[in-house]
Design a protein around this ligand. Structure first.
Ligand code: MN
Length: 330
């Protein structure tokens, strides 16, 4: 999926300055964004967030549906990241400049690694029920220029207990290891809870975590979580308890706090303003992003860059005189 905003914000993020050193329970409201014009698809974007811009290497979280919708994302570029596509309901066809053509269905993982440059397009059947998430993972500097690759994982390992199953998209959870290739210590899992279930999920105290309810409602670490906001959980947790009155699905994202400072703009993750300018120039006429074969429509034009130089912003929004809510005990 693409960031289709016409005036995407430039965000500098990463760095360890504001990583919570203890468990917290902080609800982060998302922004409603319409992808692709007035008749486009509605998504709730919880990362980057006004308060927190990354959780581990996770730097972008869009949640869409469930609703009858049409995803039509024409060819667009990516640099410096991996796209992680996960569906709860529906089907999406992925095509990319490597020649991949792959439908994805619920329970499967599509993982595209951009390295320096890749382009792709996505579409779903018209006005069909659609529910899922589009996530991005920032590549660490040591692996930013890897060869682009695309992987489809039709079956993933899971961790199961009484009344729950946790499917591991990437990384490792309770001994279940995803085959998906990632480049920094991180985890992504979908916890499916039956009515009345209590799931005890082992965590790594050195990771920071966040949770997003996809359907139903759950108590996550003691905090009620319905679809909408992202619950930031901080670090220092050996485990997490999830409870659900009715059936629920909760996406758990975590990772080692991302040390490097990054700049995200439109569909690019770079390290400074000049790099973003170069990525944009390459997409606009350089040809370095390849072409997506098939009936995918005209490539998306890049938005204009902001007229002012990149304003450095920390990992967390700073407001003088205000005690950051992330420091509250959870
Ligand atoms: Mn995309």
């Amino acid at each position: 999926m693409s960031n289709l905003e016409r005036n995407p914000r430039e965000a500098e993020c990463g760095g360890l300055a504001d990583v919570a050193t203890e468990p917290v329970n902080e609800l982060l409201a998302g922004r409603d964004v319409v992808l692709g014009g007035p008749r486009g698809m509605r998504v709730t974007r919880t990362l980057p967030n006004r308060e927190i811009r990354m959780v581990g290497a996770w730097c972008f979280v869009d949640h869409y549906g469930p609703e009858a919708a049409t995803m039509r994302v024409p060819p667009h570029p990516h640099s410096g990241l991996q796209t992680v596509s996960w569906l709860v309901e529906g089907e999406v066809l992925h095509r990319d400049s490597l020649g991949s053509e792959q439908p994805i269905r619920p329970g499967q993982l599509n993982l595209m690694t951009s390295g320096r440059a890749v382009s792709h397009a996505e579409e779903s059947p018209r006005d069909a029920e659609l529910h899922g998430v589009q996530l991005w993972v920032a590549l660490p500097d040591a692996h930013r220029w890897v060869e682009p690759r695309f992987a489809h994982h039709p079956a993933l390992p899971s961790l199961a207990g009484p009344g729950f199953t946790a499917t591991v998209l990437v990384g490792e959870l309770g001994g279940a290891v995803s085959p998906a290739r990632t480049y920094s210590p991180l985890v992504g899992a979908e916890v499916s809870l039956e009515a009345g279930a209590e799931a005890r999920i082992p965590l790594r105290p050195d990771f920071e975590y966040a949770a997003l309810t996809l359907s139903g409602a759950a108590q996550v670490g003691g905090t009620g979580l319905a679809p909408g906001p992202l619950l930031y959980l901080g670090t220092g947790r050996p485990g997490l308890v999830l409870r659900a009155g009715g059936p629920a699905r909760v996406l758990l994202l975590g990772g080692e706090p991302f040390e490097e400072r990054i700049v995200m703009w439109w569909n690019f993750v770079g390290r400074d303003h000049d790099e973003i300018v170069e990525f944009r120039r390459e997409w606009t006429g350089g040809g370095g992003f390849g072409t997506v074969p098939g009936p995918v429509g005209a490539p998306l034009p890049a938005p204009e860059l902001p007229g002012v130089p990149l304003r450095a912003r920390g990992r967390r929004r700073e407001t003088p005189g205000r005690i950051p809510p992330r420091r509250r005990r959870g």
